[in-house]
Write a new protein. Sequence first.
Lengths: 100, 266
Amino acid sequence: MTAPAHGRRIISVKGHTMDNPIKTLQDKKSYLDLRKQERVTLLEVLDRALTKGVVISGDIVISVADVDLVYLGLKVLLSSVETMERLRGAPIVGPMQEPT
Amino acid sequence: MSLYAYAIIDSTVGVEESIKGLSGAPVYTIPYRDIGIVISDLNAQIQKEDKKSVLKHEEVVEMLMDKFTVLPMRFSTLFSGKEQVLLMMKNYYDDFIENLDRLREKIEFGVKTIWPGDLIRERITTAHRKSDNLPLVASSSGKSFMNEKFENYKIDKEFEEEADRCIAIVDGFFSKFISEKRLEKLKTDNLLLSASYLVDNEKRDDFKKAFEELKSSGGDLKYMLSGPWPAYNFITLKHSGDGKFGGMDLVETVLQHKDPEEKDEK
């Protein structure tokens, strides 16, 4: 069994820190772009983890109600689209989170 | 105390190094036959909208991706004890094996396509109104009402046909590099396509190149690539536990859950 090659990981987004002061407009623009991308990444995670994957139903699990998760998923989706549309004017660089 | 489940893996041993999960609890593996389920103990009830918990869930799953074939659990799957976990593993074993075999060495990419759906709909509507010489404001008569209905139907149909045409073009960029796909069309008017693609690990770079070609293809569509993800969108459970109950599946599930004394083999 061979492990998947390293690639994007959500952890890389969490690596962003506030340590470096923003001194120039370019810094600020990069910071805002990064924050936008972080937000979209979060929404992509929510979209998957909240509604997809292995779904075990029935008395055997204790879980939040399926209905609540679906509603939450729908709210996430609408937020996701709104956020992506706000990114229309911003450069969309893909792949989004591939390590450089 | 509950047992929180992160993922099913094709290993009975799990990771060697310590991974911290929700509430900082160590993650461990409960084996069942030749597979395992990755768990941590949880004292507190998870807040439904706790985004930190979801990110932590994803972080654990992605660490597992480095070493194993992973079937990610949906967020907030909890069991009251080890017996319930093993009962579930027994019930779902065949499903898990099928999925692990199918998803081995594969990763998921997401491609979202935004188009100016509101403008396109407006353009189609205007073109229809002009060509059919219909008044822009419907009168109150029944005949006009039916005409209006039919007109809206034609506009919707043309809008969908335009969407289908664009989706086929976008999807066509990736067809050579994927083994499965899930396409969701027009979740909203402006989200033309939300696509998930299952890609062999060895074709990952080809897939990303195809995305770059798509981006360079021109037009006023916007694209976003995300991934690689654990294969959230490609889990298929024949067992009724996928949430869709009905008929014999429901009967079978109820009967299984009514037998808590059953002892499970490891």
